[in-house]
Design a protein. Structure first.
Length: 214
């Protein structure tokens, strides 16, 4: 049976086998902290997404500065059309902020975008500033939406339910005071995380090998 948020809460409750109200009330926090911990550690696992849009010609906001999508975690590629049809595409190259600023110091001179960089945590900076409303596509990995009563499943419940369960139980250990089951839960969590680590590295290596073969 597939894991859901409700079934995970019930499983944690059963494993804890406690009537302590504070511990039980913190189960949603244990789940959330485990979710965030896994997603931070394994950045190549998650949802691959594609966003399409159009630059605003000769505009700083919407042209040279593009907001990153919600829950963005890592770039895969950034492409744009070489004309308004988008029939031929240009792959933008990722560079550091200083390189992009130095390449196009005069923001009044537009052209076909060639480079992009991080512009703070939530934005990208594009250079040159687009002189036309070129169509673009951003491919990226996003952090899965955390599960809760209104969002019962996500990537982790489907593909790493064991990590969610054992991780949530380890987060409860400080509330249980020297529970003899703690070492067992930790070992199960470490085993599940090792499996995710293998999948994370394999996903990264597969993507690198595909890029190299292009």
């Amino acid at each position: 049976m597939a894991m859901t948020y409700n079934s995970l809460v019930q499983n944690i409750t059963d494993y804890l086998n406690t009537t302590n109200a504070t511990t039980l009330a913190n189960i949603p926090n244990f789940i959330y902290l485990t979710h965030q911990e896994i997603c931070r550690k394994y950045e190549n696992l998650g949802y691959e997404q594609y966003v399409n849009g159009n630059f605003i010609a000769n505009a700083q906001n919407g042209g040279a500065v593009i907001a990153k999508p919600a829950r963005w975690r890592r770039n895969i590629s950034f492409t744009c059309g070489t004309d308004l049809t988008g029939n031929t595409i240009n792959i933008l190259q990722l560079r550091d902020y200083e390189y992009v600023r130095d390449y196009a110091p005069n923001t009044t001179l537009g052209g076909l975008p060639l480079f992009y960089s991080d512009y703070g945590f939530n934005n990208w900076l594009i250079a040159p500033i687009p002189n036309l409303s070129y169509p673009f596509q951003i491919a990226y990995l996003e952090m899965p939406v955390p599960i809760n009563v209104n969002n019962q499943t996500n990537w982790l419940t489907n593909y790493a339910p064991d990590a969610l369960l054992w991780g949530s139980l380890t987060k409860a250990i400080p509330f249980l005071k020297d529970d003899e089951r703690a070492p067992l839960w930790k070992s199960y969590y470490e085993e599940a995380m090792n499996t995710l680590n293998y999948q994370d590295k394999k996903s990264f290596n597969d993507r690198i090998s595909k890029r190299d073969s292009d």
